[in-house]
Design a binder for this molecule. Structure first.
Ligand code: GDP
Ligand code: IMO
Ligand code: MG
Length: 422
């Protein structure tokens, strides 16, 4: 049996914290897509940790953590991250497993990412420049190198062949940067990677399921960044929706039980692309300040706005969300009035469906207003303590979406999560 935790917006919904909280009830936590473009923040014993490649169950000693075949892996980031979790007492040789089918991010993939973004000018995606797009392109283009290839004695020959191919592309882009230092780091890191548990991920996970163990699949990015259903082309290069769990881990759809969709009580986006409810004003600035909305991977300021229920309902449909986890509710504590987008006005017509293209010039969000609760909620631990104005805001959202909001997060800490009984 597999449960899933994934993001319903444009990423950074607080998935890391939620996975860390839920993990204690599972035997395996597995990442199924994305790569080091992710930045999942956890607080362990009050200390802040940001994970990019390692699943967020790693701080629970009895839990196995799998990097699935659907992930693209940067050995350099992984080595660095292993060192930082090992310093906190984690035994990665015991609790971390990597699918031999996961594709490797090469130094030239990172260079290609940079070159592609530069060539797009104003139209750039706002990529994290971690090499995600070019690595997935080599996967679907059937050129890429996989973790399992590291165990082949011809790995270096294969690497040089692919590097040559990339060099020609980089020359076309007139890319001049010297990447030899990245290569040195890469070869040191793959030596380390070879010493970790490289496994057949699909048997690893299916054996666990067959023996009655509970598996938690951890999404990266968010549904609106999905390669098929997100705001294309301003998306990432993987399927971030729950369908990606099957192809990214090698499990059958009927194995999936709960799909926990994580959403902020408002909305953010980092990088380019349409964002209907974005607030380019003082309110947006206040959300950014109170919510500390700066990217966990790149440090970029996140764009902020009100919750977008049209996009959320679309994400619930795509993922088959069975329960919602609402994070960062405390960030709204200070607001006298809250808004929630309930429809889009496009060319004078109102719709509650996600259109083919979100063209900011042609659309206007329609809002419903709510009174704020104007009180601090971070110390609360029980549903019954939550202010009535907040309950009304949440009830409207769950009725609109047709999915219960089962958990409310009221701070970044491990214990700041309230289960709603209603
Ligand atoms: P992820 O990528 O979905 O794991 O989210 P990030 O870690 O990139 O961003 C979420 C940020 O919000 C992190 O800094 C978390 O520590 C913080 N956070 C998570 N939940 C809450 C919450 O309920 N309230 C507040 N104030 N911060 C939270
Ligand atoms: P987590 O898992 C927020 C965004 C980038 C850019 C677009 C494409 O922490 O929620 P890419 O590097 O994939 O080519 O970038 O996607 N993006 C994220 N935004 N959270 C993330 O991950 C993201 N991963 C990628 O900013 O707009
Ligand atoms: Mg993040």
């Amino acid at each position: 049996m597999v449960d899933v935790i994934l993001g319903l917006q444009w990423g950074d919904e607080g998935k890391g914290k939620i996975v860390d909280f839920f993990a204690k009830d599972y035997s395996v936590v597995a990442r199924f897509q994305g790569g080091p473009n992710a930045g999942h923040t956890l607080y362990v014993n009050g200390q802040k940790i940001v994970l990019h490649q390692i699943p967020s169950g790693i701080f629970h000693p009895g839990i196995k953590n799998l990097i699935g075949n659907g992930v693209v892996l940067d050995a350099v980031t992984l080595k660095r991250e292993c060192a930082s979790v090992a310093a906190l007492g984690v035994d990665v040789k015991k609790n971390l497993f990597i699918s031999e089918r996961a594709h490797l991010i090469l130094p030239t993939h990172r260079a290609l990412d940079k070159a592609a973004e530069l060539s797009k000018g104003e139209q750039k995606i706002g990529s994290t420049l971690k090499g995600i797009g070019p690595t997935y392109m080599d996967k679907t283009g059937r050129n890429g190198l996989r973790v399992g290839d590291l165990l082949d004695k011809n790995f270096t020959t294969q690497y040089i062949k692919l590097r040559l191919k990339h060099q020609r592309l980089l020359d076309n882009h007139n890319f001049q940067e010297d990447i030899s230092a990245w290569e040195t780091e890469f070869f040191e890191a793959i030596e380390f990677l070879r010493s970790l548990n490289i496994v057949n991920g699909e048997y690893f996970i299916n054996d666990a399921i067959s023996s009655g163990k509970r598996v938690l699949a951890e999404g990266a990015q968010g549904s609106m960044l999905d390669i098929d259903f997100g705001t294309f082309p301003f998306v990432t290069s993987s399927n971030t929706v729950s369908a990606g769990v099957c192809s990214g881990l090698g499990i059958a759809p009927q194995r999936i039980r709960e799909v926990y969709g994580v959403t902020k009580a408002y909305c953010t986006r980092v990088g380019s692309g349409p964002f209907p409810t974005e607030l380019n004003d003082e309110t947006g600035e206040t959300l950014r300040k109170i919510g500390n909305e700066f990217g966990a991977t790149t440090g970029r300021p996140r764009r902020c706005g009100w919750i977008d229920l049209v996009a959320l309902k679309y994400a619930c449909m795509l993922n088959g969300v069975t329960a919602i986890v609402m994070t960062k509710a405390d960030v709204l504590d200070a607001f006298a009035t809250l808004e929630a987008c309930t429809a889009y006005q496009i060319d004078g017509k109102e719709t509650a469906q996600m259109p083919f293209q979100l063209d900011p010039a042609k659309m206007q969000p329609a809002y419903r207003s709510f009174p704020g609760w104007e009180q601090a909620i971070t110390e609360f631990r029980n549903d019954s303590e939550l202010p009535q104005a907040m309950q009304s805001y949440i009830q409207f959202i769950e009725e609109y979406l047709g999915v219960p909001v089962k958990f409310v997060s009221n701070g970044p800490g491990r214990d700041q999560l309230i289960e709603r009984k209603g």
